[in-house]
Write a protein that binds this ligand. Sequence first.
Ligand SMILES: NC(=O)c1ccc[n+]([C@@H]2O[C@H](COP(=O)([O-])OP(=O)(O)OC[C@H]3O[C@@H](n4cnc5c(N)ncnc54)[C@H](O)[C@@H]3O)[C@@H](O)[C@H]2O)c1
Length: 294
Amino acid sequence: MQIAVLGAGSMGHGIAQVSAMAGHDVVLRDIEEEFVEDGIEGIRENLQGGVDRDKLTESEMEAALERIEGTTDLEAAVDNAALVVEAVPEDMDLKQDVFADIEAAASEDTVIASNTSSLSVTEMASVLDQPERAVGLHFFNPPHIMDLVEIVIAEQTDDRTEKFAVDYVRGIEKEDVVVRDTAGFATSRLGLALGLEAIRMVEQGVASPADIDEGMEIGYGHPMGPLELTDHVGLDVRLHIAEHLREELGERFKPPQSLRRKVRAGNLGKKTGEGYYVWEDGERVGMSGEWGDE
Ligand SMILES: NC(=O)c1ccc[n+]([C@@H]2O[C@H](COP(=O)([O-])OP(=O)(O)OC[C@H]3O[C@@H](n4cnc5c(N)ncnc54)[C@H](O)[C@@H]3O)[C@@H](O)[C@H]2O)c1
């Protein structure tokens, strides 16, 4: 099957990679040649990492790369695609424009998917003449490592589109969960609830960030505690989603004060070197503020 992925950033290049690894022909589109090249280079590095760890062979890597083509031309990208997945920045106006552009250039039965992590797919689909072909495909970061794809069913999504999405996700050997298009879907809503409560517990001095995280890792078998995960995701990203969920779902998603303060101070987590932990060269070296050493 031919697939177009729009946006060659963190998520887009990974979605292109897992699709090509499953045997699909992929066209990866971004707005600048440089971004397309960076995306394809990212795929090459991921695949080479897989070869180095004996997860795939050199020839499987080359075959996957041959199935991926890069372009800046939207029409050429979506022209023959059975599925288009957009992974452009998280902005409703931009995504609606992209959806409308896809519909104008693609064939009538092309399925149009969004990789949004928090926006309403129903609202995105409302700009389409055939909104029943829209669906959310919420991949997790990084797509070549994470097994889950949350399939988001908009108000308008029809049964054909839902089945198409489920078949595609299973075909690329990912696990699917099907959720209705509601704020935060299933995963962001629950993940954030845990993250915000953990932040409030740090504020109340219940325990240190490292002890709270270790409690969830050892006690509940989570691969990573809620505070370290917050540092990985980015405090700004978590604050933004919390504000959105507060608006949609109520005060239980009210962002804690320390989260706001840290974002204002530019302490956004791993990417800036400090969040609830202190980071050096991508490694956790201590805890933020008065908590100090672990
Ligand atoms: N980063 C994550 O952890 C994560 C996880 C799940 C879902 N998402 C979602 O995936 C989407 C993309 O996020 P990202 O982190 O990959 O962003 P990113 O900023 O890394 O990449 C976005 C890319 O889209 C390109 N772009 C902008 N306008 C475009 C257009 N009109 N057509 C084609 N490309 C265009 C940009 O040049 C950029 O390369 C967002 O909706 C985000 O919410 C992100």
